[in-house]
Write a protein that binds this ligand. Structure first.
Ligand code: EPU
Length: 442
C-alpha cells in the first residue's frame, strides 16, 4: 500500500482576501446522521461536509447494515436494513460521537454494544453523564473492561427524567435522541444551550418528534415513529467561520465568510470588535478585515452563549499579534493547550498561568479532580513577530491554529499530522488557495 504523507507545506506572509462559502457544521452533521437511524424509511440530509469524521461515521453505519448514498453535499440514509446492535471496535472507537448510537440501536434492537469512544485528544472525555442519563430513563448499562465495550439493554420504552449535574453538549443531544419515543414526557434539565443542539431538534421535529426547549430545560413528548417529509439542510459551521475570520484579520487581509446567524456568532464578533479588528455584516455574510493595531484581550471559555472553547486556540495566534498581555482561561476541556508548545517553536511568548480558582469543581465543565495538576490558563505576550517552522498537529482545532500561524509567518512551514484537522475542515486547501494563500498537501 502506498503510504501518504500527512502534512501541509505552507508559504505564509500573504494577506488573504476573498469569500469563503462555509460548509455544514460538523457538530450537527455527525448527530443528524446518527439520528437518521431513528427514522422509518429514508432520510436525506443536505449541507453534510466532506470531512474525515463523516467518512468514518458513514462507514460505521454501513457496517451496522444501513444503506447510505452520498452525492456532493447531500447524504441519503436508510436504516431499514440495520442488522446488528454491535458497533465495530476498530471504527467505533475512532469517533467519540459513536456513543450516540446507543439511542437508535436501543430503539431498534432493545440492546446495544458500543466500544469506549475515542475522538480528539483534548482531555479524558468520559461519558459518565451519558451513562447516568440512560440509566435514569430505564436503560441497563454496564462496562466490560475486558472487551472495552459498553453493553446496554432496554425493555419497553424509555421513561423518566434527567437532570445533568453539569451540562454536556453531546450529552444533551443523546438524551434528546433517546427520549424521542419515550413513554409520556421526558424532561431534561440543566441541558446545554449550543445552537447545534437546536438544529438537531429542528431536524427531529420536522420528522414528527415533539421536542420543546424552555431555556435549559428540554421537554420531549414521546411519539410513535419518525418519518421525513422533505430533505433537511443543516446549519453552517460557525467554528469554521472563526478560523477564516482570524485568517483575514491576522494576515492583514479581508475575508468574508458566508452567513452565520447573529445569535450563533455575536460573542465572537464582539470579541473581534473589542480588540480593534475590522468586522461588518454585508449582504454576503460577515466581513473581517485588518484595520490597525489589535489590543490584548482576556478570554474565559464558556458554554453557549459564551466564548466557545473551539475558538480559543485560533484566537491565541491572533493575540500573539495584539498589543499587551492577553489571557485565555479554558473551562470546558482539560487539555486544549497542546498547540502552545508548537507556537512557542515559532517564537511566540506564551506562558502557563494557573491562578487559584475558588470552586474549581463548579467552575470547570469537566470532572475536576483535586489530586490532579491542571494547566487551564495561559498568558500571551504580544505583539510578537513569529517565524516559520515545522509543526505537529495534536487535535482538530490545534490543527487550524497551526495552519493559521504558518499562513501568518514569512517563509515555508510544514504542518504535520493534518489528517487530524481534516476530520473537521472541509476543503481547507482549496478554500485557502481561493483566498490567495500558498498551501499544498504532501
Ligand atoms: N464531560 C464529562 N462527562 C460526560 C460528558 C462530558 O466529563 O459524560 C466533560 C467533557 O470531557 C468536557 C465537558 O464535560 O470537559 C464538556 O463536554 P461536552 O459534553 O459539552 O462537549 P462534547 O459534547 O464532548 C461538543 C463538541 C465539541 C465542542 C463542545 C463544546 C461535538 C462532536 N463536539 O463536545 O467540539 O467543543 O461540544 O461546545 O459536538 C470540536 O469540534 O473540535 C469539538 C471538540
Amino acid at each position: 500500500m502506498k503510504t501518504m504523507e500527512d502534512a501541509y507545506v505552507i508559504r505564509g506572509g500573504k494577506p488573504l482576501k476573498g469569500f469563503v462559502q462555509l460548509s455544514g457544521a460538523k457538530n450537527v452533521a455527525l448527530k443528524t446522521v446518527i439520528a437518521a437511524l431513528l427514522f422509518k424509511g429514508p432520510v436525506e440530509l443536505h449541507n453534510i461536509p466532506e470531512i474525515r469524521d463523516i467518512d468514518e461515521l458513514i462507514h460505521l453505519l454501513e457496517l451496522l447494515g444501513a444503506k447510505t448514498e452520498r452525492t456532493e453535499g447531500s447524504l441519503r440514509i436508510d436504516a431499514t436494513t440495520l442488522s446488528t446492535h454491535e458497533v465495530d471496535m476498530l471504527h467505533g472507537s475512532k469517533i467519540r460521537t459513536s456513543f450516540l448510537l446507543f439511542a437508535p440501536l436501543l430503539y431498534r434492537f432493545g440492546k446495544a454494544s458500543i466500544p469506549n469512544p475515542g475522538g480528539c485528544r483534548i482531555g479524558a472525555r468520559p461519558i459518565d453523564r451519558i451513562v447516568n442519563g440512560m440509566k435514569n430513563l430505564g436503560v441497563k448499562v454496564n462496562y466490560e473492561s475486558e472487551t472495552g465495550y459498553y453493553n446496554a439493554t432496554l425493555s419497553g420504552k424509555p421513561k423518566g427524567n434527567y437532570v445533568f449535574e453539569k451540562p454536556s453538549h453531546t450529552g444533551t443531544e443523546f438524551m434528546i435522541m433517546l427520549s424521542v419515543f419515550c413513554e409520556g414526557v421526558t424532561k431534561i434539565e440543566n441541558a446545554a444551550l449550543e445552537p447545534e443542539i437546536d438544529d438537531l431538534i429542528a431536524f427531529l421535529n420536522e420528522g414528527g418528534a415533539k421536542i420543546k426547549r424552555e431555556g435549559t430545560s428540554i421537554l420531549v413528548t414521546g411519539v410513535e415513529s419518525l418519518s421525513q417529509k422533505k430533505p433537511y439542510k443543516i446549519m453552517a459551521d460557525r467554528n469554521e467561520a472563526v478560523t477564516y475570520a482570524i485568517l483575514g484579520l491576522i494576515t492583514g487581509g479581508d475575508v468574508t465568510v458566508s452567513f452565520v446567524a447573529d445569535s450563533e456568532f455575536m460573542t465572537f464578533v464582539s470579541a473581534v470588535k473589542q480588540v480593534g479588528g475590522g468586522v461588518e455584516k454585508t449582504d454576503k455574510g460577515w466581513r473581517f478585515f485588518a484595520k490597525g493595531p489589535l489590543s490584548a484581550s482576556q478570554i474565559v471559555t464558556d458554554a453557549h452563549p459564551g466564548f466557545m472553547t473551539d475558538w480559543q486556540p485560533n484566537w491565541a495566534v491572533l493575540m500573539t499579534q495584539a498589543m499587551g498581555v492577553s489571557t485565555i482561561h479554558e473551562r470546558v476541556f482539560e487539555n486544549r493547550f497542546a498547540y502552545v508548545a508548537e507556537l512557542q517553536k515559532l517564537g511566540a511568548r506564551i506562558e502557563f498561568d494557573m491562578k487559584k480558582i475558588e470552586n474549581p469543581k463548579d467552575y470547570y465543565f469537566f470532572n475536576y479532580d483535586d489530586k490532579k495538576e491542571y494547566k487551564q490558563a495561559i498568558k500571551i505576550f504580544g505583539p510578537q513577530k513569529l517565524h516559520n517552522g515545522v509543526l505537529t498537529v495534536s487535535d482538530l482545532r490545534a490543527g487550524a491554529t497551526l495552519a493559521i500561524a504558518a499562513l501568518l509567518t514569512q517563509g515555508e512551514s510544514v504542518v504535520n499530522g493534518v489528517s487530524i484537522m481534516e476530520r473537521g475542515y472541509e476543503k481547507f486547501i482549496e478554500k485557502v488557495i481561493n483566498l490567495g494563500g500558498d498551501i499544498k498537501r504532501l
